[in-house]
Design a protein around this ligand. Sequence first.
Ligand SMILES: *Cc1c(COP(=O)(O)O)cnc(C)c1O
Length: 385
Amino acid sequence: MYSDRITSLPPYLFATIDAAKANMKAKGVDVIDLGVGDPDQPTPPHIVDSMCDAVRNPATHRYPSYTGMLSFREAATNWCKESRGLDLDPATEALTLIGSKEGVAHLPLAFINPGDIALCPDPAYPVYKIGTEFAGGKAHIMPLLEENDFLPDLEAISKDVLAKTKMMFLNYPNNPTSATADTKFFEEVVQFARENNIVVIHDNAYSEMCYDGYKAPSFLSVDGAMEVGMELYSLSKTYNMTGWRLAFAVGNKEAIQGFGKVKSNIDSGAFDAIQMAGITALSSSQQCVADMNKIYEERRDVLLKGLNGIGLDVKAPKATFYVWTPVPDGHDSIGFSKLLLEEAGIVATPGVGFGEHGEGYIRFALTQTAERISEAVGRMEKLTI
Ligand SMILES: *Cc1c(COP(=O)(O)O)cnc(C)c1O
């Protein structure tokens, strides 16, 4: 019955974890879930109020525009100007997305012919690779290794591969490693993309989730980046809006236009009322973002202190709400997360779920209160590992 495309999908590890978690809960265990990367706090009230007003207006009930409301794209480009100094034309250099997952999954349809290659990091958000393969392309893995600060080694990519390469996916601040990239790296990427005719997609889902005064640079702020690529910004993690499905792409005019063509043939845009709430999020005070970051920073410090206390050598991440932790000697990532769940009732994601180069690590998400994280740390201290 099924297409090769879905029959060849790897078994979905996260479904297995969900089943194991449900099994522990059924046994009455008080499970502390540090697995999912989904903010636990609600969407700020001013954004919710804005949606309530908008949804009562019948004008929002009809088909939205394919490219997104111009007023939302204006709010998005103004936000990019204010937060990172980018000069973007809302009419031609911005596109509303139904979440950046939708964007990532459909982007390859605009640039990939069967057999073409997209460069995909590993470990990574799985959709880069799957989106490429669904479009008939091949994913070429760029390993993200600790010895390279979890940045890809562009020089390691062979000429044969580059001859067929059309796209590259990047994501900094990074899920799952929480690594960051500096402007110098982005400059190298721009030059590399120019030399090899590659469209660069920088997934900036964690753009605002930064700590200790760190500010993540924008790929588009580098000279020449507007010629080679685009950047995806999401309201999901920034404003606790994962359920709302709202994001936007900004960048190279031609690339945005090509992607718009794909989208106008697949979806009918994001609900206008949601885009109106998005305008409120992007154009109001950003204090709610700073407040969330303070909360995550406190949780991070509690977890870090606990992990270091049990002898796991982890550095405090500057960004994202993930703590990428090497597993103790003698364990692999699945084995260690199984031990955490069965012996301590803690859910963490095995690194191998993000690709083969994630082996040897587990990912904790800071999506529980400091008290619950502290409880998790206490349970870990009692483990013999
Ligand atoms: C969470 C996440 C997304 C998904 O964002 P949505 O806008 O909710 O679709 C995209 N990329 C990465 C790396 C993520 O971690």
